[in-house]
Design a protein around this ligand. Structure first.
Ligand code: NCD
Length: 298
């Protein structure tokens, strides 16, 4: 049985083959009935629009059905049930589980108690493999994944999308540039893990000092919900905002990505610029999640 818990568990070959399959689905086969009759539980114990809806859309396009639990209040977790018990029972009802949970490590724990494949749809500040695959897919639509300079801007401390993407990029010949407000830099353990995996990481204090070198700028939201208190959040909120002026002298084919939702980090006037690929990126969530579901459920 195959689970998708962390992008670190996947080899470059596995990633590339999933991206190839996603591309085929996107271009040629948006409605295939390969999961007809399959039931998948979408257990979302944290807010989500894109991830939850694109998994549901992906599943419907594959002919399967989603059973959605999208609040702690509406489930027995609010009665004190452990995640282990919830997963043990739910896995006897369905053919697969997609789990989003506020605690890092939750998906790894879930797969120990599940009789069916588990896909991690985000575990706290940990990993978000389906987002990373669609991020890579979107980059690959514009340029090869090797030989590029990728900037990660924003909350690199709590942002799971940045953590996941950085890990995936270690499979490719990519230089990673981190640009984060002080106190929101990559955790030391993540940074040393990346370096052990062979990553080339360069830290920057300001976006302006590096933006013109980048092929990809990956902007992230400050993860307000993971801050210990509001005062600490207020100190860093709105400390960066991408505007058309920042993009005046960038490389010709440079692109801007963002996992969304945004909360002020990208000025809406950037949306119509040729570099803005974040809505395309969100759209790519459907074919990529179709490929993932097909891979683990069959
Ligand atoms: C991200 C997440 O949930 O980690 N959103 C998403 O899945 N597209 C990013 C975020 O919430 O900032």
């Amino acid at each position: 049985m195959r689970h998708i818990i962390s992008i670190r568990d996947m080899s470059r070959e596995e990633i590339d083959s999933l991206l190839d399959k996603s591309e085929y689905i996107r271009k040629k086969d948006k409605y295939r009935r390969s999961l007809e009759g399959k039931l998948i539980a979408l257990l979302f114990f944290e807010p989500s629009t894109r991830t939850r809806m694109s998994f549901a859309s992906a599943l419907a396009r594959l002919g399967g059905e989603a059973i959605i639990v999208d609040s702690v209040e509406g489930s027995s977790i609010s009665k004190g049930e452990t995640l282990a018990d919830t997963v043990r029972v739910v896995s006897s009802y369905v053919d697969g589980i997609v789990l989003r949970h506020p605690k890092e490590g939750a998906a790894r724990l879930a797969c120990e108690f599940s009789n069916v494949p588990v896909i991690n749809a985000g575990d706290g500040a940990g990993q978000h493999p389906s987002q990373t695959l669609l991020d890579l897919f979107t980059i690959r639509e514009s340029m090869p994944l090797d030989g590029i300079e990728v900037g990660l801007l924003g909350d690199l401390r709590y942002g799971r999308t940045a953590h996941s993407l950085a890990h995936a990029l270690t499979h490719y010949d990519v230089r990673i540039h981190t640009i984060a407000p002080r106190s929101l830099e990559l955790p030391n353990s993540t940074l040393s893990g990346l370096i052990r995996m062979g990553a080339k990481v360069i830290e920057h204090e300001t976006l302006d000092s590096v933006i013109n070198e980048l092929d990809v700028l990956y902007v992230t939201r400050i993860q307000r919900e993971r801050f210990p208190d509001l005062a600490t959040y207020s100190k860093v909120s709105l400390s960066y905002r991408l505007t058309p002026e920042n993009l005046a002298d960038v490389k010709e084919n440079m692109i801007v990505l963002h996992p969304l939702p945004r909360a002020g980090e990208i000025d809406p006037s950037v949306d119509t610029m040729p570099q803005a690929k974040y809505f395309r990126q969100a759209e790519n969530g459907v074919p990529v999640r179709m490929a993932m579901l097909e891979e683990v459920i069959q």
